[in-house]
Ligand binder design. Sequence first.
Ligand code: GLC
Length: 720
Amino acid sequence: MSTIRSHALIVFLFFCGCGSASPKPLPTIPPPSPALSTDERAAILVAAMTQDEKLRLIHGTGEVLSAVPRGAAGHVPGIPRMGFPSLYLVDGSVGIGNTTGESTALPSAMASAATWDLDLAYQYGVVLGKDMRAHGVNVHLGGNVNLAGREPRTGRAFETKGEDPILAGRINAAHLLGTRDQNVVTCIKHFALNDQETGRELVNVVIDERAARETDLLAFEIGIKDADVQAVMAGYNSVRGAWCSESESLLTGVLKQDWAFPGFVVSDWFGTHSCGHAAMAGLDMEMPGSTHFSGMKAALEAGEVTQSRLDDMVHRIVRAVFAVGLYDRPTSPGTVDASANLAVAQAVAEQGAVLLKNIGDLPLPPGLGSIAIIGPNADIGVVSGGGSAGVTPMGGSALVEVSGFVGSWFPVRWLPSSPLAAIRAKAPGATVRFHDGSSASDAASLAAASDVAIVFATQWSSESLDRPALNLTDLVHRSSPLDQDELIRAVAAANGHTIVVLEGPGAQSMPWLSGVSAVLAAWYPGQRGAEAIANILFGDVNPSGKLPITFPKTHLDLPRVLIAGSSTPFDVLYDEGLRTGYKWFDAQGIEPLFPFGFGLSYTTFVIANPTVSLGGGNQLSVTVDLANTGTRTGAEVVQVYLSMPASLGEPPRRLVGWQKVTLPPGANTQVTIRVDGNSSAHPLGYWDEAARAWAIAPGDYGVYVGNSSRNASLAGTFRL
Ligand code: GLC
């Protein structure tokens, strides 16, 4: 073009505004009326978006974690002209983490499950949601409901809610609802069957559809249907040869069609493998950046992705923000409500601790002369789980160690709750001395010189690695590991009044059990854990927790003795199928160390006079008389199990309902547990593979009632 003409063109463009330095600003979209439905409101914004705005919403910015605004793990910039907030995606299942700063370090999710208390679990979720708002973040990456029964050695057991799909599903749903009611987006993860950490990005899970539907997927189904979840995180692993983040059968077939999930599927971090294929399979958002989704424009142009699919991806993300009330109540940084939240943390620790053995030393009597407190860091804190679920507690960590275990890059955090201080506060007249357990013989000498010895045994675990077995294994100090099993044996040999407090992620074997006087499973007890443990040890709190996961005698009793792993893609075959957790031990006739649902109290209860009735519409009702026959107030969890018609080939029995009841000494009450056969838990159902649907089989059903999976007697039968 000649110079003159080019000038003329520039002048012309300038006057028509086309040549101005910046393009005409896009119009501001007023907030869609709250009188409209969630989908209608979302549709208004999506219709007003440019293609570029849509393309920016379906992935994170990919900023380095330490640079992500507000300390989040993932960031999606908002669209101010339409009031669409930036999305800050933050972990995790046991507290608000990543680099957000100090938050309430709750007890582990396993501890919450061990309470069997759905109201308290809701409060657990409320704390998570309140802390999300306090940090100004708004998509909570909690809700880990992978079933720890598949692989109890999983490094993330502490983030899960145990082994049973109905207990885990309902506790998780309560967490999610509590969080959601703080007007932040909730997430359920890792969909699906991400049940081991070893080779999690290489493992291909092989399992039949019925087993998946009635176990791992059922825990998700309950959360999706009962907790208004708006985000599902796809797992790193493959299932039946398809990566979870691009599995059409999981993401579209099961999640969006069968379960009518209206929200969005987000990848795990760097857990994607394609653009067009993943999008068309059902992935809606890539995190933390756009490794593959940066190719979305090209995929659209090439016809690999349809515009309607892109609009659906965006719609699902936008509707989530409306669905939970985040659009109308955006978050901004504030302050953590520490006192209220820590009270919940302590209540969960107190209600979730499970008394497994007590031959008479608990509760500790007043007037003890001397107490030995033994165990690593038991003078300063309690241990917490590693990985993305790690939480910097209110007031800061008592200690942060670098884990020396190959494969885990996560720090070992000790929370500022000192067992030594808490015990001293309970026994002001006693001589309370501490030993860190580094020398079993020295610790034994201190125990021998004390009236009572309390060993705080700590089993650290973390995302990215699994435990090799189920006994106490030091995953932190590889160069000089501490053998706590040996430590406990030595202390117990020196003092017949040895109490073991377990601070662990989940299932635990105890080769020293016969030699100790008492065992309390305190899980990862959170940052009011020591205070909770001391209240229990001295009887100010009567323990009422029940195991949400079977404690095997040894890992050799598990379906897989070795955890499969490889540096190249490999299969893990879940051919135990439906027999996961206690169902494995029941079906195989293996005696566990402590069964699912088990937990002692300082009082005693009697469950009697059961009656069973089956009402219309598959409504099962079980009534019992419950009496507190002991000398102190306590709580019992009345559990209902069901045996299915033999024709189905199901494991011997399944948990279908429960109720936790507190009674004063000498009192009794009638307890009725209602089981809704049509609920999202499908308690009477089985997955009919031919019909690709849940069904209820004709035949004879047995109803069992008791206070653990191994202590439940036949209360009645019914025929369908
Ligand atoms: C991690 C975890 C996932 C977490 C995400 C963000 O790798 O698998 O649970 O939410 O990345 O930190």
